[in-house]
Design a protein. Structure first.
Length: 189
């Protein structure tokens, strides 16, 4: 089975949020709390010894996704053909009536709008774009080329196999489909 995943270069990410804006625009995600990708800022140290890194966070399409097993109505599924985790919003019970997917995911990938009993939504790694032979919109919108996506085996061959980064905790149980080029903290903290 092919498993698609993402690559994030923390040395290149400058926290510009172009990926966030492009994703919301492409997927028509309305203004509000739901964002299929976000950028976390990691700050350490005290002046003059400072360290700042950025971490784009999204659904990492885990090998063993906690959201899939947590969903009582099978609204969240992992596709056999590419390993992508998708959600059927029509089947979802909603945040008010359930919300178990969000409780189960340590990466906060399940997103909910502000409407009453909002249905779960999340990154699907731009399935529609892959069908056209195109990379996800977050990847092509990044002015620093800090993101890449594709079959995980190909990404590992091209980019290495680091699963650690500032601000990220890799779960050996869930096995998120992510590879990093981490930003080294010179402060050692």
């Amino acid at each position: 089975m092919i498993q698609y995943g993402m690559y994030i270069d923390q040395n290149r990410c400058m926290g510009c949020f172009a990926c966030v804006v492009a994703c919301k625009d492409w997927h028509d995600v309305p203004a509000g709390p739901a964002s299929w990708i976000s950028v976390k800022t990691i700050e350490k140290g005290k002046y003059p010894d400072l360290f700042v890194a950025f971490l784009p966070t999204t659904c990492y399409h885990c090998k063993e996704p906690a959201c899939v097993s947590a969903c009582p109505v099978n609204a969240v599924v992992k596709r056999d053909e590419d390993g992508l985790v998708t959600v059927d919003a029509d089947t979802c019970l909603g945040k008010t009536n359930c919300g178990l997917c969000l409780e189960a995911c340590p990466y906060a990938a399940p997103q909910f709008g502000s409407e009453e009993n909002a249905k779960m939504q999340k990154c699907d790694l731009c399935i529609d774009r892959w069908a056209e032979g195109k990379k996800p919109v977050c990847v092509i919108s990044c002015p620093m080329q800090a993101l890449d996506a594709g079959p995980l085996d190909e990404l590992r061959t091209k980019r290495g196999d680091s699963r650690e980064a500032e601000g990220f905790s890799y779960s050996n149980t869930l096995e998120p489909s992510i590879i990093f080029k981490p930003k080294k903290n010179p402060l050692g903290r």
